[in-house]
Write a protein that binds this ligand. Structure first.
Ligand code: SIN
Length: 291
């Protein structure tokens, strides 16, 4: 059975049908990998509920798996991160723009999430944005300036005590922090992506504090433009697969006190690098009005 690919917007995301993720053959898997690089986030609806072992096995076809530095693991399946928010939650995972665990020296390349339980109230959508488009719509002088910069990604402020309600005692634990290029070269797409995000990126190396803050604020506002986004409305057992090297996402927590639950697996990545490429400007008509 062939895959049917329907792009969600001209800028990011595609819905894929004709795939059963419990039995993806190597040829289909290779096609999915290429589609991921092209569309940056793929959505598969109408999937069977994947057993933890089956989800892990599917994700492993991409390579090794990434271990989360803070979240509790699932008994018997340490690769699975249970995503859950309900009436008792004080915080919900991913409620803010980020690229997964960008504070790690080698942040995950991709993430696969299956949501089993969608809030009865509706809501709980996930938004994704395109960091190639964000970079390519900046002016050439700004692109050039950013290409020479690195930024600090930290996680202490996010993870300390974050999972205490799930029994994690993190006394004595240290959380990752790393310096990454502000513009990351995507090795498979051979394109540049803006690689700063408001959750983990705290400052630009070498700039004064006020310069760093002003520049980051400008970049965060720019990269969150709706023109670069797709918003996915979950249905039970739908799967999203996203490329953390070229996207960010925001899991909306607009459904409290309802419950949303699923399983996430992250695929290991490599240390982000910046390689010089000819500058590329994307032709998009962006509103110049303040957002
Ligand atoms: C996350 O990985 O940030 C959670 C995404 C989601 O729950 O939609």
């Amino acid at each position: 059975m062939g895959l049917t690919v329907v792009p969600c917007t001209p800028v990011i995301g595609a819905e894929i049908s004709g795939a059963d993720l419990t039995r993806t053959d190597p040829q289909e898997y290779q096609a999915i990998r290429e589609l991921l690089v092209r569309h940056q986030v793929l959505f598969f609806r109408d999937q069977p509920r994947l057993e933890p072992g089956a989800q892990v096995a599917w994700a492993r076809q991409f390579g090794g798996l990434h271990s989360h530095p803070a979240a509790p693991t699932m008994p018997g399946h340490p690769e699975i991160f249970v995503i859950r928010a309900d009436a008792n939650s004080k915080v919900a995972n991913g409620h803010g723009w980020h690229s997964d665990v960008s504070c790690d020296e080698e942040p995950p390349m991709a993430t696969m999430l299956q949501i089993h339980h969608v809030p009865e109230s509706g809501g709980g959508d996930t938004l994704f944005n395109n960091m190639f488009a964000a970079f390519e719509t900046l002016s050439e002088p700004m692109q050039r300036f950013l290409c020479g910069l690195s930024a600090h990604h930290e996680s202490e402020h996010i993870y300390r005590g974050r999972y205490s309600d799930r029994g994690v005692d993190d006394a004595g634990r240290t959380y990752p922090a790393c310096l990454h290029p502000v513009v990351r070269t995507h090795e498979e797409a051979d394109k540049q992506a803006l690689f700063v995000n408001p959750s983990f990126t705290t400052r630009i190396e070498g700039l004064a504090a006020n310069e760093s803050r002003a520049l980051l604020n400008m970049l965060f506002e720019h990269q969150q433009r709706p023109e670069f986004q797709v918003r996915f409305r979950w249905t039970p057992n739908a799967v999203a697969l996203w490329d953390n090297r070229s996207t960010q996402h925001f899991a909306l927590w607009d459904y409290w006190p309802a419950t949303r639950e699923g399983h996430r697996v992250t695929i290991a990545g490599t240390r982000p690098v910046h390689r010089e490429l000819p500058l590329c400007r994307r032709k998009m008509r962006l509103s110049r009005k303040a957002l």
